[in-house]
Ligand binder design. Structure first.
Ligand SMILES: *Cc1c(COP(=O)(O)O)cnc(C)c1O
Length: 421
């Protein structure tokens, strides 16, 4: 479950050679696994008009995005650079959802100028800030007390996202007055959720709301978008999301809606983690060990490469190449080099005895891994590699260099002579 047997079989026998050739640390992604999950998602939702818009923030790499586009996916972008990435690989306006929040008027103008996209507005006040109301418009709904959310995204009442229940009908009315003729409705209520009921509930909430709005304004909805947030099992004891049962329940509610209304909207989804998360690992070499009050294993990656353990106290499974866990496990903290005590990939974890030079494989780094990295303490982000379906390994992003780190200091200085006479 952390790493699939297939990915392990494709990767582990060659890992020493890959590490020797490209150097450590690196994230390596598995094309065959990504395509397999993409296929499973499309198969599961075959009974409705379904489309996945991959959440670019999970793994913003052009090569990966090309693979997903080839699978027929669109892209969910929330900033101009993400939108440019999608345009760069040939995504068309219909292939791009722009789900931003706290958006500036300039950002809307740039999003529309950059060839267009499907706008998904996060607030009623933004209707007037869109320079030209597009034909097709979507709003993000926050159900408030109708849903309890979950621990990562929080209780909807406390979440900054979306429009309140009382605003939603007015929002579509106003958008229509400004010229919109086609409509979508979006909600994302949970994150990293493995209980499929959460997504069935989101679907119910959205389909009911579509009925209510359609009734009041006499409009039809082109799509509902149930967001991302599909969870993956990070811990070996975690149960995976039951995708098939979830898809069957969601498709039943669509069939019912279609019977009642003689039409059915399309179903959009914007999963990130579920698509690529399990199909990436962070590979790092043990470079030090120290024994003080605890035993520490120092590796050549830091939290700049994978923030989730430090920010969310998230569990990422760790394997040591060539050493199966056994009775001789040693309890250690696995740490990077930042001057921050939360720069730890594992805390008090039982692992096989590790020596300098061993390769550690930190699982499930394929989403919100490299992308979340930062440069605090002058620690640079590592390279990204792709294990191709044909067995070749390709570098798809180089490691950051000291020149990259200094790039924002290399500019023509301007001064404002305040108070100078
Ligand atoms: C982050 C995000 C996603 C993707 O979340 P995952 O947990 O990676 O599926 C999708 N949609 C929106 C609006 C998001 O902010």
């Amino acid at each position: 479950m952390p790493i699939s047997a297939d990915f392990k079989g494709r990767l582990y026998p060659h890992l020493e050679a890959i590490a020797a050739h490209f150097g450590t640390p690196f994230h390596v992604y598995d094309e065959a696994g990504i395509r397999q999950t993409a296929g499973q998602l499309k198969t599961a939702f075959h009974a409705v008009e379904f489309r996945e818009f991959f959440a670019v923030k999970a793994l913003p790499n052009l090569t990966i995005m090309r693979i997903l586009h080839d699978e027929g996916f669109g892209f969910d972008c929330s900033s101009i650079p993400e939108l440019i990435l999608a345009r760069e690989i040939g995504a068309q306006p219909d292939d791009i959802l722009f789900t931003s929040n706290n958006t500036s008027a300039e950002e809307f103008a740039a999003a529309l100028a950059y060839g267009g996209c499907i706008l998904n507005l996060d607030d009623i006040s933004l209707i007037d800030k869109v320079p030209d109301m597009p034909d097709l418009i979507s709003f993000r709904y926050n159900p408030g007390s109708q849903s309890s959310g979950n621990s990562i995204i929080g209780n909807p009442i406390e979440a900054k996202f979306g429009l309140a229940h009382e605003q939603i009908v007015d929002a579509y009315r106003m958008a229509r007055e400004r010229g919109a003729t086609r409509f979508g409705l979006h909600a994302m209520i949970v994150s990293n959720e493995r209980d499929y009921q959460a997504f069935v509930q989101t679907t119910f909430i959205l389909l009911e709301l579509v009925e209510r709005i359609a009734d009041k304004l006499n409009i039809q909805f082109e799509f509902i978008n149930i967001g991302g947030g599909l969870g993956i099992p990070y811990h070996p004891d975690d149960k995976p999301l039951d995708l098939k049962t979830m898809a069957a329940a969601i498709q039943r509610s669509f069939a019912y809606f279609t019977r009642m209304h003689q039409y059915g909207p399309k179903l959009f989804m914007e999963a990130g983690r579920y698509i690529t998360g399990p199909h990436g690992v962070l590979v790092t070499r043990a470079i030090n060990s120290k024994d003080i009050y605890r035993r520490y294993i120092g590796v050549d990656a830091s939290m700049s490469a994978l923030m989730r353990p430090a920010i969310y106290n998230a569990y990422h499974h760790i394997a040591v190449l060539g050493k199966e866990s056994g009775e001789d496990d040693v309890v250690v903290d696995v740490v990077g080099s930042l001057c921050e005590n939360n720069d730890k990939f594992a805390i008090q974890r039982a692992l096989p005895p590790i020596e300098d030079g061993d390769l550690l494989i930190i699982h499930d780094s394929g989403a919100h891994g490299h992308a979340m990295g930062f440069n605090y303490n002058g620690r640079l982000r590592p390279q990204e590699l792709l294990l191709r379906s044909d067995g070749t390994v390709e570098r798809i992003r180089r490691a950051e260099t000291i020149e990259d780190y200094f790039a924002t200091l290399d500019f023509e200085s301007k001064t404002l002579p305040i108070g100078k006479t």
